[in-house]
Design a protein around this ligand. Structure first.
Ligand SMILES: *[C@@H]1O[C@H](CO)[C@@H](O)[C@H](O)[C@H]1NC(C)=O
Ligand SMILES: *[C@@H]1O[C@H](CO)[C@@H](O)[C@H](O)[C@H]1NC(C)=O
Ligand SMILES: *[C@@H]1O[C@H](CO)[C@@H](O)[C@H](O)[C@H]1NC(C)=O
Ligand SMILES: *[C@@H]1O[C@H](CO)[C@@H](O)[C@H](O)[C@H]1NC(C)=O
Length: 502
């Protein structure tokens, strides 16, 4: 403020002669017309402040302001536009993100816009030859999540106002904007007496109007609530001189609209996306590509896919060459027991459940035809001490919580469970905000979510203190697309309950 007053004072002395010959029009109640601004209550020609301001443009590379921690620099007096040394890359991007992130050529307008998105959103947009082309891009790229991000485009004159982080795009013309132009929206005020959009930018005036934003652009609202942003400064009381920074040519610049990376807003859409879509930054995205990539990463039959409490699980991708070796017996030297023990058919779900009980407890449940029959068993053989051990059943949705070592049992159902299914409970976390049980299993996805477990299943607890385990992954803290590992409707598959060796 002091600075501006000082400038105005200087200017006033400089252009005193002009002021005196101009008819003195009061501007206490009325705006000054044309190329005049309001100074000490009188309309005063812009030439004075404009010429001072033009003379004082900072040289190339000088910091001219900073919006939301992203500094801007002057591009004035750029000596060599072709200089390759002016290409900027994100510091340590190779180390931090495994790829080189290009920011742009110092200190073009596109360079600021890209640098803003890179530093605020870990997001960059495709390369463009001129700023105007940003309005034609369809996607941006988040190099942290390695995801493409949808770009939304809003035409100037539509009803959707710009918001922080949007890129305002100017049309290419034969005047001030031979390449178009781009600026970043810092904030917007529709309600005030002087509606405006604050922007941050490079390579426009080469000097910012304040330390925290480059310009305040005029915003007007049409009859049908359409929002129009123009390349004219909005004037504020006591700062009317800023309007002199616009001239006849610049005021003809046309703003096409604004471009938004959908990453800038994050309301949850989880419940809006169906079973074949995941919610990412308020948009539903198809699971297709993720599922394809994921399925392609499934290991061959017999490859270890993880260790549940140190007990290995193997991929069951069917492969007819191994049919003869499917029956698996554990020899005493492998199990430490005094006899050969039958484990099951490699590498079915029942095989893993029995394998786990044998190696952990020296016990094995009797032969079953289908996995769901395990729920009906009353005893297991005790190979350590001889005799039998009792098996207890707990219905899903009852008062009893599952414990590590329990076997979770799925009912038979078509088409996914013609034989039912069984998994081993590895860990139970019911006190979490999002309670879950961690399981180990074979012949379900044939690929585990981590080295230590196959899946984390959601647990619902009702007011009566009953626990219901749901056949759906708990993915809080994970990327939302992890949801795609579940097929649509998996949550309706019935887990009958769990059995416990006692
Ligand atoms: C950008 O990526 C870094 C490194 O992965 C991360 O710590 C940071 O939270 C990310 N920022 C945003 C806004 O996504
Ligand atoms: C093996 O996989 C194919 C498809 O991948 C399937 O049609 C077939 O039924 C499977 N065979 C067995 C024995 O699971
Ligand atoms: C193995 O050991 C158990 C417990 O000591 C015993 O009851 C059983 O008879 C033994 N079996 C064989 C085949 O030695
Ligand atoms: C299992 O499914 C059968 C039909 O296939 C049904 O009759 C039975 O009630 C189900 N059992 C449980 C515990 O849901």
């Amino acid at each position: 403020m002091k600075y501006i007053l000082l400038v105005l004072l200087l200017l006033f002395t400089e252009s005193l002669s002009q002021v005196l010959v101009t008819p003195r029009i009061q501007c206490r109640t009325k705006k000054c017309e044309g190329d005049n601004f309001c100074f000490q209550g009188y309309c005063t020609p812009c030439d004075g402040p404009r010429s001072i301001w033009t003379k004082r443009k900072p040289q190339w590379g000088t910091k001219i302001g900073e919006a939301l921690n992203v500094p801007a620099y002057s591009n004035y007096g750029d000596l060599d536009v072709q200089d390759k040394n002016k290409n900027e890359y994100l510091l340590d991007s190779q180390i931090n993100f495994g790829e080189e992130i290009y920011i742009g050529q110092k200190y073009q307008c596109v360079h600021y816009a890209r640098r803003f998105w890179v530093s605020q959103y870990n997001t960059t947009f495709g390369s463009v030859e001129r700023a105007e082309q940003i309005f034609d891009l369809q996607e941006a790229y988040n190099f942290d999540t390695k995801q493409n991000i949808q770009l939304k485009k809003f035409k100037n004159g539509g009803i959707e106002p710009p918001q922080q982080g949007d890129l305002l795009i100017w049309q290419k013309d034969n005047g001030e904007f031979p390449y178009g132009h781009v600026a970043v929206v810092i904030s917007i005020d529709i309600q005030s007496a002087s509606p405006h959009v604050l922007i941050a930018e490079q390579n426009y005036d080469q000097a910012w109007d304040t330390r925290n934003f480059a310009r305040a652009l005029k915003l007007s609202i049409g009859e049908n609530k359409e929002i129009i942003v123009s390349n004219n400064r909005q004037t504020f009381p006591n700062k009317d001189d800023l309007k002199c920074r616009d001239d006849e040519i610049t005021t003809q610049g046309v703003i096409l609209g604004w471009v938004r990376a959908v990453i800038a807003i994050q309301p949850n859409c989880d419940n809006l996306c169906d079973g074949d879509h995941y919610c990412y930054f308020s948009e539903c995205y198809s699971c297709n590509q993720f599922r394809k990539d994921w399925e392609q990463s499934i290991p061959d039959y017999g490859v270890i896919i993880g260790y549940g409490n140190k007990i290995p699980a193997y991929s069951c991708q069917n492969d007819t060459q191994h049919i003869a070796e499917l029956k698996h017996y554990l020899q005493p030297q492998e199990s430490g027991l005094n006899q050969t023990v039958y484990v099951g058919m490699k590498y079915q779900c029942v095989h893993y459940a029995r394998y786990y009980w044998i190696l952990k407890y020296g016990s094995a449940f009797p032969d079953v035809d289908t996995a769901d029959q395990i729920y009906d068993l009353e005893f297991a053989f005790d190979y350590q001490n001889g005799g039998k051990r009792k098996i207890l059943q707990f219905k899903n949705g009852g008062q009893e919580r599952p414990l590590p070592g329990d076997l979770l049992i799925w009912n038979k159902s078509q088409p996914n469970y013609p034989y039912g299914h069984v998994a081993v409970v590895l860990d139970v976390q019911l006190s979490e905000n999002e309670p879950y049980v961690t399981i180990g299993e074979q012949n379900y996805d044939d690929i585990w979510d981590s080295q230590q477990y196959a899946r984390k299943l959601k647990v619902a607890k009702n007011n009566l203190g009953n626990y219901y385990i749901i056949n759906q992954r708990e993915i809080s803290n994970l990327h939302p697309q992890e949801k795609c590992k579940d097929y649509s409707g998996s949550a309706y598959d019935v887990i009958i309950g769990w059995v416990r060796l006692i």
